[in-house]
Design a binder for this molecule. Structure first.
Ligand code: NAD
Length: 338
């Protein structure tokens, strides 16, 4: 199949090439992201492969369809950047990578926690400047703390296991409690109770209409003073302006973000010699207790291998008229879950 790979990052080409060795699809790597102004580049390509920053809204999908595209292979688990209802109307098949390495993301969430807790980002800079002073670097024992996990699916489950290993009490919130988590001692509670009891809160739910701005001013006010908030799910689960207000008030202890609601214009690009026009983001990075990574939680060799293999497999399955239901994105997946 001829497939256009939008938003190709240099790191992923070797993984895609290796995965494609046997399948032999005709892949065209495009560095540009998909948008209304670039959708025409896909003309004549039966398949397109997209990443999280690509815009597959209704208008873009119509242009793809007119150009002959029949299958969209997402190189991600999340699919909030695709207008699924329009894809259904156009009979465009949308396939994703439902699971690649939940460990990659859960371990990155833990990395954010540990760096923020033990102030490693500050210690790293200090020692390079031969400043071996310890003031301002005080952390806390993870052992004995209470962690609240919102969304205990594949990634949340791995993080629950890691945190149980640290000796944390783990609270969960999920419309569909996970029996594996229950078995390891995770206590499912209502959100208000999770906010009130947790020293650390980590978000692992998908972005849906129900979870959009789930962490708003009211939720932030209900959290324990000094709470650590971690988001590796999707940026818009947090109302960033409300988060900034809470950070200014000093009620939030620290924040680790791998995602940001307006990340599309920023992340995955080198903007080091540009002026950033997003004042909300620029304010966010000024806080000493905020640590941001640019959507890299998935970035392990194991995860990239699995993403490439499943993406190429999805194209092959479509060509063979045998797509896997578990990889297919349908309206059912965006139906309200709570
Ligand atoms: P999953 O589908 O296995 O688990 C998601 C869980 O969230 C499910 O158990 C679901 O019931 C629960 N959920 C749904 N609505 C909820 C709500 N309102 N409140 C609480 N829980 C709710 O998904 P996963 O593989 O664990 O991935 C979780 C999310 O992580 C993805 O949707 C994606 O947005 C994000 N993700 C980020 C990266 C990254 O690199 N930062 C990589 C992969 C996935």
């Amino acid at each position: 199949m001829r497939a256009a790979i939008f938003s190709t990052h240099p790191y992923e080409v070797p993984f895609l090439d290796r995965a494609n060795e046997e399948a032999g699809h005709d892949l065209t790597y495009l560095q540009t992201s998909l948008s209304e102004s670039t959708a025409q580049l896909a003309e004549g390509f039966e398949g397109v492969a997209l990443f999280v920053g690509d815009d597959a809204s209704a208008e873009v999908l119509r242009t793809l369809h007119e150009g002959g595209t029949r299958v969209i292979a997402l190189r991600s688990a999340g699919f909030n950047h695709v207008d699924i209802e329009e894809a259904d109307r156009l009979d465009l098949t949308v396939l994703r990578v439902p699971a690649y390495s939940p460990h990659a993301v859960a371990e990155h969430a833990l990395a954010l926690m540990m760096v923020l807790n033990r102030k490693l980002h500050r210690a790293y800079n200090r020692t390079r400047e031969q400043n071996f002073e310890l003031s301002g670097l005080m952390g806390f024992d993870m052992n004995g703390k209470t962690a609240g996990i919102i969304g205990t699916g594949k990634i949340g489950e791995v993080l629950c296991r890691i945190l149980r290993g640290f000796g944390c009490t783990v609270l969960g919130s999920d419309p569909e409690p996970n029996p594996v988590c229950e078995k390891m001692g995770v206590e499912y509670v209502e959100l208000d109770e999770l906010y009130a009891r947790s020293d650390i809160i980590s978000l692992h739910c998908p972005l849906t209409p129900q979870t959009h701005h789930l962490i708003n001013a009211k939720a932030l006010a209900a959290m324990r003073p000094g709470v650590m908030l971690i988001n590796t799910s999707r940026g818009a689960v947090i109302d960033t302006r409300a988060l900034i207000d809470a950070l200014k008030k000093g009620t939030i202890g620290s924040v680790g973000l791998d995602v940001y609601e307006e990340e599309g214009d920023l992340f995955f690009h080198d903007l080091s010699d540009r002026v950033i026009h997003d004042d909300v983001f620029v304010r966010l990075i000024t806080f000493p207790n905020v640590l941001i990574t640019a959507h890299q939680a998935f970035l392990t060799r194991e995860a990239c291998t699995a993403i490439a293999e499943t993406t190429i497999g999805n194209l092959s399955d479509f060509a063979a008229d045998s797509v896997r239901p578990e990889n297919t994105v349908t309206k059912r997946l965006i139906a309200p879950t709570a």
